[in-house]
Design a binder for this molecule. Structure first.
Ligand SMILES: NC(=O)C1=CN([C@@H]2O[C@H](COP(=O)(O)OP(=O)(O)OC[C@H]3O[C@@H](n4cnc5c(N)ncnc54)[C@H](OP(=O)(O)O)[C@@H]3O)[C@@H](O)[C@H]2O)[C@@H](O)CC1
Ligand SMILES: Nc1ncnc2c1ncn2[C@@H]1O[C@H](COP(=O)(O)OP(=O)(O)O)[C@@H](O)[C@H]1O
Ligand SMILES: [K+]
Length: 513
């Protein structure tokens, strides 16, 4: 599990650690770890040139101390052709760090005061750099560039060679440390070296701009719960419902699927296939004649008609608007009634696609076992209705966690918000961290892949996982199955469903070895 703590909690932990340590020890640990990573990255580059961009705070301090270490180590090894620091802020740089860097022989270009020739010299240095160390802002930074340095920073990054390896110190400068503002100007790093613990910027929607995440231990002890986490393969394997010798198909969990209609006939096939492939004890499909015929033909393991279930997947391919259409097919109208009955059954539910349009109030608080699986457009529509406001898809994509949280709080449900990054957001009252998966291949952005996810998540609910675990596990396994179905190329949704047994087997084998 990679867990991330909020900036205030990190600052409190740093303060507590510093109280027991000599002055400057924590930063020295950070700089030592950073210098080690930099040394490793330049070890294969003959005559490497390293340039640090240095802001006025602690992040610049880390960078200056690390450059000083690198310069001193190079006196023995002579791997470097040059090592320089560019001070970007009018407020100068960390005093002790700057003195140490100068002493160690780091060249310093000071941009404070705004002289053009200094900026030109800095741009020349940056253009030649093999490794660029971004130490402008860390957790003290606000999203984007502040006005006083924006021009310089733009010029410096414009001058950067595309081949240069960009190492962000703690986080890519300009990125929102809280990971909530997604489109701010600033650095996109090849690697981010962070200290103590990960921060939300490393796991939430800002994660892609961090590149490879490397964690340096500086001895922080966290006294609070994380705000975000990403499940690793072992976590998923540990949560996966593995049958025991006393199990039978009913004890493993029966999933009811209310999906599709006369117009949308593929969604039920995909959701039912995924649930069966993921190892449901049994899947019961309810629907009108055409999709029923298709499910019968393609998934012979499924059963049909009403009967006892442990959980529901409701909504893939469901057209809720037929309820208001006098000319609608009778079977389709009945399907909406069936969906409503499933939603009102008091059983755990995955509520997807068309069934989201049927939600008109809070889910039962007792047990609160509902997992909503909207994409950004569906969440915008749902929230607009729930809050009686106009919320657009763009609003949701600009602040995905905030909007998912609002829906989770309002409806007493866990929200799995789909996209290139998938967020599983429980109601605030749970105190649980947001779960994030961002490893899925973009090839998964294809019609029907959400139906597969809905079947998979439903199977996990039926097996007894709560919506939070079912959502987190389903999102990770869905992404892995996307890779498994065709690594590096197009995938069709049905192949993702068919890849589930191999994917799950590999996860369980890996955890057992
Ligand atoms: N505390 C510790 O023990 C340890 C701390 N550690 C390290 O310290 C870092 C935190 O240091 P911090 O608090 O000094 O803040 P930091 O991130 O350097 O930036 C603040 C300065 O940046 C500026 N600035 C702000 N926004 C900006 C923007 N949008 N665009 C441009 N500039 C902007 C603003 O300066 P100004 O503009 O006012 O001159 C402000 O003063 C942390 O991430 C880690 O790397 C590690 O060594 C471990 C031990
Ligand atoms: N760029 C992307 N990278 C990775 N996964 C993505 C991306 N875009 C969408 N997805 C995933 O693809 C699935 C699409 O679901 P959805 O939009 O509901 O499709 P449908 O309703 O057609 O089945 C979701 O699981 C989502 O997380
Ligand atoms: K940085």
């Amino acid at each position: 599990m990679i867990a991330a703590w909020g900036v205030e909690d990190v600052r409190a932990a740093e303060k507590a650690a510093m109280a027991d340590l000599p002055d400057g020890e924590l930063m020295a640990r950070a700089a030592k770890g950073l210098a080690k990573v930099l040394e490793a990255r330049i070890s294969d580059v003959p005559e490497a040139r390293v340039v640090g961009l240095v802001g006025s705070g602690g992040n610049g301090g880390d960078t200056l101390f690390a450059l000083a270490r690198l310069a001193r180590a190079d006196e023995r090894r002579e791997l470097l052709a040059g090592i320089a620091a560019v001070l970007v802020s009018d407020r100068g740089a960390h005093e002790a760090g700057l003195a140490t860097a100068r002493e160690a022989g780091v060249d310093v270009v000071d941009l404070s005061g705004g002289a053009d020739d200094a900026l030109d010299a800095a741009c020349d240095l940056v253009a030649e750099a093999d490794v660029l160390v971004d130490g402008i802002t860390g957790i003290g930074g606000s999203p984007g560039w502040s006005d006083s340095v924006a021009g310089r920073c733009r010029a410096l990054f414009d001058a950067t060679d595309d081949e240069a390896y960009v190492v962000a110190v703690d986080l890519p400068s300009g990125a929102d440390p809280a990971g909530l503002v997604l489109d701010s100007e600033g650095v996109w790093a090849d690697e981010t070296v962070t200290f103590g613990v990960a921060k939300p910027v490393h796991l939430l929607g800002t994660a892609p701009r961090c590149g490879l995440l490397t964690l340096v231990d500086i001895g922080l002890e966290m006294a609070t719960a994380p705000v975000a986490e990403t499940l690793d393969h072992d976590d998923v394997a540990a949560l996966w419902p593995v049958p025991g010798p006393d199990d039978d198909k009913y004890s493993r969990g029966v999933l009811g699927v209310v999906a599709g209609g006369e117009s949308y006939t593929g969604a039920p096939v995909l959701a039912v296939t995924a649930a069966v492939a993921a190892g449901a004890g049994m899947v019961r499909y309810l629907g009108p004649p055409t999709p029923t015929g298709l499910v019968r033909a393609t998934v012979p393991e499924a059963v049909h008609g009403t009967g006892r279930v442990q959980a529901w997947t409701v909504g893939p391919g469901l057209d809720a608007s037929v309820a208001e259409d006098d000319d609608a097919d009778e079977g389709d109208v009945r399907q909406v009634t069936t969906a409503r009955e499933a939603l009102d059954s008091g059983l755990p539910c995955v509520v997807d696609a068309g069934a989201l349009d049927l939600l008109d109030g809070q889910r039962p608080r007792a047990g609160a076992r509902t997992l909503l699986t909207p994409h950004a457009g569906e969440l915008a529509r749902l929230l607009s209705r729930v809050e009686d406001a106009e919320i657009t898809r763009e609003d949701v994509t600009a602040d995905p966690v905030g909007h998912a949280r609002r829906a989770a709080n309002a409806l007493h449900a866990t929200v799995l918000l789909k996209g290139s990054t998938t967020y599983v957001v429980p109601p605030e009252v749970s105190g649980l961290p947001v779960r994030v998966s961002s490893d899925a291949p973009a090839w998964l952005a294809t019609a029907g892949s959400g139906d597969v996810l809905a079947g998979l998540a439903g199977m996990l609910l039926a097996a007894g996982l709560d919506p939070y675990d079912a959502g987190g596990v389903a999102a990770t396994v869905h992404g892995l199955a996307g890779h498994e179905a065709n690594s590096g190329g197009p995938v069709r949704a049905l192949d993702v469903a068919h890849a589930l047994p191999r994917t799950i087997t590999a996860l369980l084998r890996h955890a057992a070895s």
